[in-house]
Ligand binder design. Structure first.
Ligand SMILES: [Zn+2]
Length: 277
């Protein structure tokens, strides 16, 4: 919980008459006592055992209750700071700062332009267009290394970085254009803030998770981004890549005909692939 969030918490507690200290974003005994008092007044909304939680968890639970009271879905009131709470608190901050809630998530993606003529997601069509998919025994599709304008941190090993993405040769030029436009649109600071530097990989000779057919990763025509915050089964209520600040990111991919499973099917928001359907 950062200082601006703590300030919001103090402000809300002051408004309800639970807190009389400074709105300084610094936690201490007065803030903790105010949280305690406000929670006691809402005990019926809290799970059993909440009274024994440490102060920090109680503060998160209080924020969750404030989000819920503000009309934002924060998930269960459990005092744990997860993506859903983050999302709800972001919305509450926007409401507090601007007087209105953030605009609703887009329900329909913008029309994609299949300017590169990507094939449909069909094994025969993809083999014909991209060449045979890779196999775990070592057969690999034709790969080209594309340079990313910013440094990527590997999602599965944050201490490792790379500037190169090994992708199917047929998508290399398009991927290069996408990355250049993202770089020009967002710049390094925003890319880092939005975790677009957290890279979940491209080529993998495997079948789909939760399916039997080959993953588009086996052709090296799919990339995953920030997987921890955009998990396979999460919808737009939880996946960070579904937020409005990523609209431009997705528009750039879609202008090259790439398909976001999140935008079109509302799951696997980490994933983008070069297919028509
Ligand atoms: Zn993927």
């Amino acid at each position: 919980m950062n200082r601006s969030i703590l300030k919001l918490l103090q402000k809300k507690l002051a408004a309800s008459g639970d807190y009389a200290g400074a709105i300084d974003g610094i936690s201490g005994p007065i803030t903790n006592a105010a949280v305690e008092s406000a929670l006691r007044g809402r005990a019926s909304s809290l799970p059993d055992g909440w009274a024994a939680w440490p102060a920090k968890r109680k503060a998160v639970a209080m924020l969750q209750l404030l989000c819920r009271e503000g009309g934002f879905d924060t998930g269960p009131i459990d005092g744990w700071w997860g993506p859903q709470t983050q999302f709800a608190v972001d919305s509450l901050q926007t409401l507090d700062a601007t007087g209105s809630a953030p605009p609703p998530w887009r329900d329909r993606p913008a029309a994609r332009v299949n300017s590169n003529g990507w094939p449909p997601e069909d094994e025969a069509a993809m083999n014909a267009f991209f060449g045979p998919h890779g196999l775990p025994d070592g057969r690999s599709p034709g790969l080209t290394s594309v340079e990313c304008p910013w440094t990527l941190r590997l999602a599965w090993n944050r201490s490792a970085t790379t500037r190169r993405i090994g992708c199917n040769t047929k998508v290399a030029d398009s991927l290069g254009r996408v990355l250049t436009r993202v770089w020009e649109t967002y710049g390094e600071t925003e890319i880092r803030r939005l975790r677009l530097d957290t890279y979940g990989g491209c080529y993998a000779a495997r079948r789909k998770r939760g399916g039997t057919s080959w993953s588009t990763h086996a052709w090296a025509i799919a990339l995953d981004w920030d997987p921890d915050n955009n998990q396979l089964r999460w919808g737009r209520d939880r996946a960070t890549l579904a937020r409005p600040e990523y609209d431009e990111w997705w528009s750039i991919w879609e202008s090259e005909g790439w398909l976001s499973l999140g935008r079109e099917k509302n799951f696997d928001w980490m994933h983008v692939q070069a297919t028509a359907s």
